[in-house]
Design a protein around this ligand. Structure first.
Ligand SMILES: [Zn+2]
Length: 465
């Protein structure tokens, strides 16, 4: 039974889709005004794994992710750079796809963009006004928060506490500091669109309500996700707008991933610890970064350190090595019984971990169990033990399948060249013959070719330097 922690109830709940085997899932996308960073990588890797695992469980998943391609940050940045806001947005949307595909994140089924959905957004705002939850002041449209009785149910805040911190900013004409903008009147020189309330552009929150519900046929949908920082006000406001317009529940399960910190500090440009994915990928393979992201449960904060990346690199290369060493081995049918309960237990435990609110940290432990077994069979193979080849093929195939659920791929660029593999094999033989001198010479030779060799309990591991 799959359980998911639902931010709305604050509890783990059994996952039951709203309609049969179909799962509709929406995740808030980026505002493309700068390069994507580690925080983005974490969020989109998390939801990629959720999607992959739901598919593995037999669900059909429709995954929608938006691009906020117009907002203050985009307008300011494009003014600085003296280019059109659409040009700026396109540049960083392109960067998004390049970096995310390196992380082996599968593309969403649909990527609605605000600037392409203005009529739908206007329709949605009209519905909110018609239902009595929105009001117009001099070209702006606001949502009347007090009118929506359930306001605060996601972030567990109450109206009275919120009132203390709420302010009306200069230029805002809302009746109550708690209210938020659905539509903003155009300012001079800003991109704007015609609407029943005059020229303007959508407020930040409305796009996700209008675009998600449009994609899912104006029905309550199964999963809405995003980073923890979006719970308030963004997702709280999405609920208010959507339920005011629909007159029914907006989303069944709310999933939020934890923050990323760098050496226990908040990631920020002013602290000089802000890493874009492009920068990180200059030093580390994207799959190593993906591995590191998986090593922590998605709801926990993830502290990024060089040591952790290096550890992830070593472990990742451990898996890669045994897959490389065994890739040309074919079964020869000499194993007496291949109905193995050990591998079944590993798979069962892997599923149990993933069923427990997508616990990838624990599921990786199962991957390592299989890797250790496979290393053992490989040693048996080197010693010409009967049945070893069959065991290798069985465990190797299962390992690849489970890695695929986690999106860990073993692409060409990461592969260990044949000559290096050959040297490693010669070195292993030399060690078996206790010829330490030869083994050291081979290690040195491999180092000169750019590969470090490391002997661990579960076998020898080659790491690209
Ligand atoms: Zn959103």
């Amino acid at each position: 039974m799959l359980t998911i922690h639902n931010t709305l109830s604050g509890k783990k709940e059994e996952f039951k889709p709203l309609s049969d085997n179909n799962v509709n899932m929406y995740v808030c996308g980026i505002t493309p005004y700068d390069e994507v960073h580690l925080g983005h990588a974490r969020c989109y890797v998390v939801f990629d794994i959720i999607r992959r695992y739901l598919k593995y469980k037999g669900y059909t998943v429709k995954y929608v992710q938006n691009f906020t391609d117009i907002d203050d940050k985009i307008i300011n940045r494009s003014n600085e750079m003296q280019i059109q806001s659409s040009e700026l947005a396109q540049k960083y949307i392109d960067d998004y796809f390049v970096q995310m595909r390196k992380l082996n994140i599968v593309d969403a089924d649909s990527y609605p963009r605000v600037t392409q959905k203005i009529p739908e957004i206007i329709e949605f705002i009209k519905k909110i006004i018609d239902n009595g939850y929105g009001y117009v002041v001099d070209g702006d449209v606001y949502f009347q928060v007090r009118k929506f009785k359930d306001y605060g149910k996601l972030s567990k805040r109450n109206i009275e506490d919120l009132k203390v911190g709420a302010r009306v900013l200069p230029g805002e004409k809302k009746k109550d500091p708690l209210d938020f903008a659905l539509w903003k009147k155009a300012k001079d020189g800003e991109p704007s669109w015609d609407s029943p309330w005059g020229k303007g552009r959508p407020g930040w929150h409305i796009e996700c309500s209008a675009m998600s519900l449009k994609e899912f046929g104006l029905n309550t949908f199964d999963i809405h996700g995003g980073g923890q920082d979006l719970i308030f006000p963004h997702h709280e406001n999405e609920i208010a707008q959507s339920e005011a317009a629909l007159g029914k529940q907006f989303v069944k399960y709310w999933i939020h991933n934890g923050f990323v910190t760098i050496n226990k500090e908040k990631m920020s440009k002013s602290l000089g610890n802000f890493f874009t994915l492009r920068e990180i990928f200059e030093k580390y393979e994207p799959m190593v970064v993906r591995y590191m992201l998986l090593s922590q449960h998605y709801r926990q904060p993830l502290d990024f350190t060089q040591e952790k990346l290096q550890q992830s690199k070593n472990t990742y290369f451990g898996i890669l090595n045994i897959l490389e060493k065994t890739k040309n081995i074919l079964p020869d049918g000499t194993a007496d019984h291949i109905n193995d309960t050990t591998i079944k237990n590993y798979i069962q435990n892997f599923e149990n971990s993933m069923d427990d609110d997508f616990n990838t940290a624990e599921s990786l432990a199962m991957i390592h169990g299989i890797v250790n077994m496979l290393n053992g069979f490989y040693n048996d193979f080197l010693e010409n033990k009967k049945g070893a080849k069959d065991w290798i093929v069985l465990y190797r195939n299962k390992l690849l399948k489970l890695c695929d659920i986690l999106g860990l791929s073993f692409e060409q660029e990461l592969k260990i060249p044949e000559n290096i593999l050959k040297l490693s094999e010669e070195r292993e033989q030399a060690r078996k013959n206790k010829n330490w001198k030869l083994s050291d010479e081979i290690r040195q030779k491999m180092k000169e070719l750019g590969f470090e060799v490391e002997d661990t309990k579960s076998g020898t591991r080659i790491i690209k330097l």
